[in-house]
Design a binder for this molecule. Structure first.
Ligand code: NAP
Length: 260
């Protein structure tokens, strides 16, 4: 049996709202394996949630950071430098698109909403990785969270699908640039999961049920399964894998047609 031991390893996890968050599912695995984790959160509103989910955990630091604010990024990475010295793992689990851009027709996407979705959901991976680069140890691993609407049209996903396509392309470019430094960059493409972000997608409940009916395994994947894939991609077990989009969706994406 191969045991993953992250004792002495440092991780940054960005984008945990509560215990349902995909970022938390991954963080739980990292904490169980002994990693020291710093969580960044957007705004004081989320601090109490984070304090609740991390209560009783050793090795935890909490730091505010809005990924669109350069000064926040500078402060966060200065804190990581002074408190941890270096980073081995980075989990980017941040996305946002204004609800109006997901309610209407894609063709009506405003430039402002396009910029917002792209800036938070795609560009932030680039800026966060740039800030992290000087702190990354050899053998470090970065992961982000994406969704199948980057590859195929999913109703109402609209500009978020376009942002996820940009995010996935960014994974490949970052992986190519950081590969020679022995840093890997990958994305997890998760099936639909009930989280705060999912609630803002119009018609999510119907989509969630339809996905389970269509998937090869006739169910949806779980947060825990996302966490386990995260653990694999962040560990040395995946040392030869970079620039990839790995699906954890109970086999939804392989289906060309639903079979009753
Ligand atoms: P979540 O718990 O709501 O996590 C999303 C996080 O992004 C929230 O903590 C949110 O903070 C944060 N965020 C938004 N704008 C930010 C900003 N400007 N700066 C810093 N943080 C910001 O939802 P989730 O479903 O776990 O989402 C995590 C990732 O998984 C996202 O990339 C999402 O697209 C992806 N994903 C989700 C699903 C699904 O079905 N749930 C499927 C595939 C992929 P606030 O709460 O303050 O906005």
């Amino acid at each position: 049996m191969i045991a993953i031991d992250f004792a002495g390893k440092n991780a940054l996890i960005m984008g945990v709202s509560n215990e349902k968050s995909l970022g938390w599912a991954i963080a739980e695995q990292l904490l169980a394996a002994g990693a020291r984790c710093i969580f960044s959160y957007q705004g004081e509103r989320l601090l109490r949630n984070l304090e609740k989910v991390t209560a009783g955990q050793q090795n935890v630091l909490l730091e505010p950071c809005d990924v669109t604010v350069e000064a926040d990024l500078e402060r966060l990475f200065a804190k990581i430098s002074s408190e941890m010295g270096s980073l081995d793992m980075l989990v980017h689990s941040v996305a946002y698109a204004p609800r109006a851009s997901m309610e209407g027709r894609f063709i009506d996407t405003t430039l402002e909403d396009y910029h917002t979705a792209m800036s938070i959901s795609a560009y932030s991976l680039i800026s966060v990785t740039r800030h992290a680069e000087p702190l990354l140890n050899s053998g470090s691993s970065i992961i982000t969270l994406t969704y199948y609407a980057s590859q195929r049209v999913v109703p109402k996903y609209n500009v978020m699908g376009v942002a996820k396509a940009a995010l996935e392309a960014s994974v490949r470019y970052l992986a190519a640039e950081l590969g020679p430094k022995n840093t890997r960059v990958n994305a997890i493409s998760a099936g639909p999961m009930r989280t705060v972000a999912a609630k803002s997608i119009p018609g999510f409940t119907a989509m969630y049920e339809k996905a389970a009916q269509t998937a090869a395994m006739k169910r949806n994947a779980t947060q825990e399964e996302v966490g386990k894939l995260g653990l694999f991609l962040l560990s040395d077990l995946s040392s030869g894998i970079t620039g990839e989009i790995s699906y954890v969706d109970a086999g939804y994406n392989i289906m060309g047609m639903a079979i009753d």
